[in-house]
Every structure is written in structure tokens, then in C-alpha cells.
Design a protein around this ligand. Structure first.
Ligand code: ARG
Length: 457
């Protein structure tokens, strides 16, 4: 039975009911709705709407329902209740009869749904924080195992300077650390209880909302009832967090897809996260990574969609706001899935060091080294840059690396070049020299790994 039949003399059109009902997705708020109801029943005792005995009875019944829901959440979908709030109330009345009808005193579905969703968001933030940290740990472990795997670093997708696979892993650790802190920041603003704001103007019962907030594990209670029932900032913030997090994961995926190509050949993905072609027997496609990259789109879509839904909405609650859930649920589920899948991909990755090294040696990634060498011998940098450019052209013409040119050949470009240039041009020297904070030197990378491990412990 609907919660609001009294004013109506005609039944709702079946097509409208289907259009309006939200149970098929908000059933996911069942546990939160029951938890919120238990707290609300306790608040009703403090204002003498319920006796202690009545509250006890509701408490037992609601806890029973909670256990049933946990055991089989899908059962909810069998019902034709309008939404999860109607479903819980209906079930409660089935269990305790008329007493169940007292629970909604002083409460509205507007403060109720805001409370349920915030409770759900808080739980999801915890899940996301775990998953984010799990991937960071996997990246740190991969970095640790690949500190000596030299490979080309790119700008404009042109080989630029040598880096290590470890340094590449640690770049993503940084992005994920920011994702983590963004979530923690969101949590601070989210952790404020809406319950006791009624439909829009506040509840007519003098409930201690701070105490009620505490019972539900919120840090405090909101300050303005109009704002409270129409605020979905936390949904926008979480969708923003998810959008940024997914952008990081899609870049991670794209890098690995490239490293895995036949053209690069820097690594091989595990059979566990790749799939074959129905036609071409030789194919091993990086589907897991392509899906991570691809799913980034729907998460950005959910954020944009919700922004458009809220834009221009008048205060306070409007049914438009029911549109907040599907996109949010999907976006956060997607984000968690992609974090887990990224861990799985890293788990079976095989870095092909000789090929990485070979690629780093080609492409004149040590040109900057030669310029710095000339600078050390007193050549102004701009001039050194030009000299090295000409030297590279000559090396390309001969089809060899810079360090393969003889001293006599090098001297044609600058007389200051001596035998001591050769060790400078080695990959190891390129790495070793970048020893300022955040650089690719083995010492800096080892330090970054140790710091990340401490933070993630
Ligand atoms: N299903 C609704 C939602 O998700 C619950 C709130 C309904 N409130 C109302 N006044 N109709 O937003």
C-alpha cells in the first residue's frame, strides 16, 4: 500500500507507477533505512511519542528485518512498494501491526532519503579508500620489483629521457594518493546528519538532533532544514572524486596498453586479464585495460548528468532528486571494480627488461646529458642545445647512438668534448644524475618506495 493514499480517489496509472517508483534501485539503501529508523524510534521516545516498551518492540522487529535483508537483499525486488522507505515501513507494520504506523511521526521521506543516502555514501567511501590503497600497494610492490628496469620516458609520445618502470609505477601511486585524500576530504563535509529536518521546515518534535546524529555515527547534525533536504553536494563531490579517479585509471590503462603493443614490447600482460579473437588466432587483446579506459566515460557522464539535474532546482526537495541514485551507484561500483581490476592486471605483469633497455638506448634519450656535459665545460646552455641538435642529426644519418660516435666525430661539433663524455652518456648516468627530490635516480626511487610503504602500512 502507498504511504499517501488518503487524498486520492483514483488509483495511480500503472505506467505512472512504474515511472515513479524507485524501489528497483533504492533497495540498495535498505540497511541504511532500517538503521535510520531504529535511531528515529529512539528519538521518538525522548519526545514521548513512543514508550520505552513500544520502542523495544520496534527495535526487535527492525533488527529482525535487518537480518532478513542482509541474508537476502534481492527479496525486496519482489515487492511492488513505491520505494525502500515504503517497503521498510510496510514490513514493519506486517511484523508489529498498528504500532509500526507510529514510526513515521515527525519524519519525512525527504530527511529520511537524505539520511539513508549519506549513510550509504559513508560506507562506500570506506570501500573506495580500501580499494585505492590496495592498488597503491600493488603499484609500490611492482615498483620495488622493477627498480632496475630502465625504459624510455615520453613527452608527446616521443622518447624523451630514460626512466625506470619503478618510477612510472610511483607516478600512479601519487595520483591515487590524491584520490585518497579527495575522498577523505569529501567525507568531512558528508558526515553531517540530515535526520530531524522533516519535509523541509524541520520537525515539530523537539528532538536533540546532535544526539540523534551521534547514534547514527555522524559527526554532527545539519544547520538548516531547507538546505538539508535539497542538498546533494555530496553526490556531486563523490561523482567528481570518481571522475578524477577514473581519469587516472584510464591513463594507467592507456600507458599499459601501449607498453604491451608489439611495437613497444615493454611488457606482457597475463593470460588471466586478456582475451582472444574469434577470427585471428594470434591475438591476445588487453580487454581488461580497454574496459577500464572505456568505463571512464560513463562515470564522467554520471557527474555531468547529476550536475544538470540539480541545476536550477528550486528549494527544497523535488522529485528530480530521485535521479541522484542510479548514476551514483553505477559510478562508484564502476570505480571500485576498476580499482580491483587494475590490481589484478599488475599482479601478472611481466616486464621485458632487455627490450625496455634497448628502447631507452635508442631514440637519443641521452641528448640532454650531452648538453649538460657541454654546459659543465663552459658552453652556454642555448649554444649547447644547438650543438647537440646537430650531433643528433649526424648520428641519425649514420644510424647509430650518440655514444657510438668516435671522439674525433664528436669533436667536429664541439672541441671541448673529451673521452670523459662516454660514461656521461650511459643510461645509468642519465638516471643517477636526476637525484633531486622526485627524480628518477635509484636513490630517489628507493626513498619514494620506502616513504609510500610507510604511508600505506
Ligand atoms: N524515492 C524518493 C527519492 O529517492 C524518496 C523521497 C520521496 N519524497 C517525496 N516527497 N516524494 O528521492
Amino acid at each position: 500500500m502507498a504511504l499517501w493514499g488518503g487524498r486520492f480517489s483514483q488509483a495511480a496509472d500503472q505506467r505512472f507507477k512504474q515511472f515513479n517508483d524507485s524501489l528497483r534501485f533504492d533497495y540498495r539503501l535498505a540497511e541504511q533505512d532500517i538503521t535510520g529508523s531504529i535511531a528515529w524510534s529512539k528519538a521518538l521516545v525522548t519526545v514521548n511519542v513512543l514508550s520505552n516498551e513500544e520502542q523495544q518492540q520496534l527495535d526487535v522487529a527492525l533488527n529482525e528485518l535487518l537480518a532478513e535483508v542482509r541474508a537476502n537483499p534481492e527479496q525486496i525486488l519482489q515487492s511492488d512498494a513505491e520505494d525502500i522507505h515504503s517497503w521498510v515501513e510496510g514490513k514493519l507494520i506486517d511484523k508489529v501491526g498498528a504500532l509500526g504506523k507510529k514510526l513515521h511521526t515527525g519524519r519525512s521521506r525527504n530527511d529520511q532519503v537524505a539520511t539513508d543516502l549519506k549513510l550509504w555514501c559513508k560506507e562506500q567511501v570506506a570501500v573506495l579508500l580500501d580499494a585505492t590503497r590496495e592498488l597503491q600497494s600493488a603499484l609500490v610492490a611492482t615498483a620495488e620489483a622493477n627498480q632496475d628496469a630502465v625504459m624510455p620516458g615520453y613527452t608527446h609520445l616521443q622518447r624523451a629521457q630514460p626512466v625506470t618502470f619503478a618510477h612510472w609505477c610511483l607516478a600512479y601511486v601519487e595520483m591515487l594518493a590524491r584520490d585518497e585524500s579527495r575522498l577523505q576530504d569529501t567525507l568531512k563535509r558528508l558526515d553531517v546528519s540530515p535526520l530531524g529536518c522533516g519535509a523541509l521546515a524541520g520537525t515539530a518534535y523537539e528532538i536533540d538532533r546532535q544526539q540523534l546524529a551521534g547514534w547514527l555515527g555522524f559527526a554532527s547534525a545539519t544547520r538548516n532544514s531547507l538546505d538539508t533536504v535539497s542538498d546533494r553536494d555530496h553526490v556531486l563531490e563523490l561523482l567528481s572524486d570518481a571522475s578524477i579517479g577514473m581519469i587516472h585509471l584510464s591513463r594507467f590503462a592507456e600507458d599499459l596498453i601501449f607498453f604491451n603493443t608489439g611495437e613497444a614490447g615493454f611488457l606482457e600482460l597475463s593470460d588471466k586479464v586478456t582475451s582472444g579473437s574469434s577470427l585471428m588466432p594470434q591475438k591476445k587483446n588487453p580487454d581488461a585495460l580497454e574496459l577500464i579506459r572505456g568505463k571512464c566515460g560513463r562515470v564522467q557522464g554520471a557527474l555531468t548528468g547529476m550536475m544538470m539535474t540539480l541545476k536550477g532546482l528550486p528549494l527544497a526537495y523535488n522529485k528530480d532528486m530521485q535521479e541522484d541514485k542510479e548514476g551514483l551507484f553505477d559510478a562508484l561500483d564502476t570505480w571500485v571494480d576498476c580499482l580491483h581490476m587494475s590490481v589484478l592486471v599488475l599482479d601478472g605483469i611481466q616486464v621485458k627488461r632487455p627490450r625496455c633497455q634497448e628502447a631507452a638506448e635508442q631514440g637519443y634519450a641521452n641528448s640532454t646529458e650531452l648538453a649538460d656535459y657541454l654546459v659543465a665545460k663552459g658552453v652556454p646552455f642555448r649554444e649547447a642545445h644547438h650543438i647537440v641538435g646537430e650531433t643528433v642529426v649526424e648520428a641519425i644519418k649514420q644510424g647509430v647512438a650518440l655514444e657510438a660516435l668516435s671522439l674525433a666525430q664528436l669533436k667536429q661539433f664541439s672541441a671541448v668534448i673529451e673521452d670523459d663524455v662516454y660514461p656521461i652518456l650511459s643510461l645509468q648516468s642519465c638516471l643517477d644524475k636526476r637525484n633531486a627530490q622526485g627524480g628518477v635516480s635509484p636513490q630517489q626511487v628507493a626513498f619514494a618506495i620506502a616513504e609510500a610503504k610507510k604511508r600505506l602500512a
